[in-house]
Write a new protein. Structure first.
Length: 227
């Protein structure tokens, strides 16, 4: 069970300092790249990611919520991001782009919005290392978790099991100590949490509490997905 704190909930004027608060407990740092077109918000881009890479030891998990991921995805991998995720709804040439990410040395992820079915993308499972199921509408942090996505998360886990490859299943949006257990029970094994981490007095300890809750839920379900 891996925890990826979302820097969207951190202080943008102190990104490296806030990243250091979770350096000993987080598996990844989740970077939400938004362009104001694919989603109605504008956050950070490649120059900030490249600068942050110079100051953090935790690998970066870059989530591209942009309208032209085919153009930009490889650059994030080349800059040093260890995982780059593109949106199925935005990619015009997903196979080519996913392979370009991998050829640049990063893991490749595919994300789907709450209203997007996962089944049409089953054939892309051999091309990806991670499937991201959004549990809020993308664009803003601090939104409430959408329970209606849980059945899709279970279907995604079933698709991955039938595929047989080692594909991580990530959830992003509204993940907290109250919701992470439901996500783990549905099959998720990588969890993005923003406000639940950086909104707490001790972000590092918050990461550990989230991980413990996810592991406990997996055990109750007979083991859950591989950690």
């Amino acid at each position: 069970m891996q925890i990826s704190p979302s820097m969207l909930a951190a202080d943008f004027a102190r990104l490296a300092d806030d990243a250091a608060l979770v350096a000993d407990t987080a598996d990844w740092l989740h970077i939400d790249v938004m362009d104001g077109h694919f989603v109605p918000n504008l956050t950070i881009g490649l120059p900030v990611v490249a600068a942050l890479l110079k100051h953090v030891a935790v690998p970066l998990d870059c989530h591209l919520m942009i309208s032209d991921p085919d153009r930009w995805a490889r650059d994030y991998a080349t800059a040093g991001a260890r995982n780059v995720t593109i949106h199925a709804e935005a990619a015009s040439a997903p196979v080519r782009t996913l392979r370009a990410i991998k050829s640049a040395g990063a893991r490749a992820g595919l994300a789907v919005n709450p209203g997007t079915a996962v089944e049409p993308y089953a054939d892309l499972l051999p091309e990806i290392d991670m499937l991201l199921v959004m549990t809020v509408e993308p664009g803003f942090g601090g939104q409430p978790f959408l329970d209606l996505v849980l059945p899709k998360l279970r279907r995604a886990r079933q698709l991955i099991a039938r595929h047989g490859g080692e594909v991580w299943l990530q959830v992003d949006g509204g993940v907290s100590e109250e919701t992470i257990e439901r996500c783990a029970e549905a099959g998720a094994d990588v969890f993005v949490a923003g406000t639940a981490v950086f909104g707490s007095q001790d972000p590092g300890a918050a990461v550990e509490r989230l991980r413990a809750a996810a592991i406990a839920s997996g055990r109750r379900c007979g083991g859950g997905p591989a950690s």
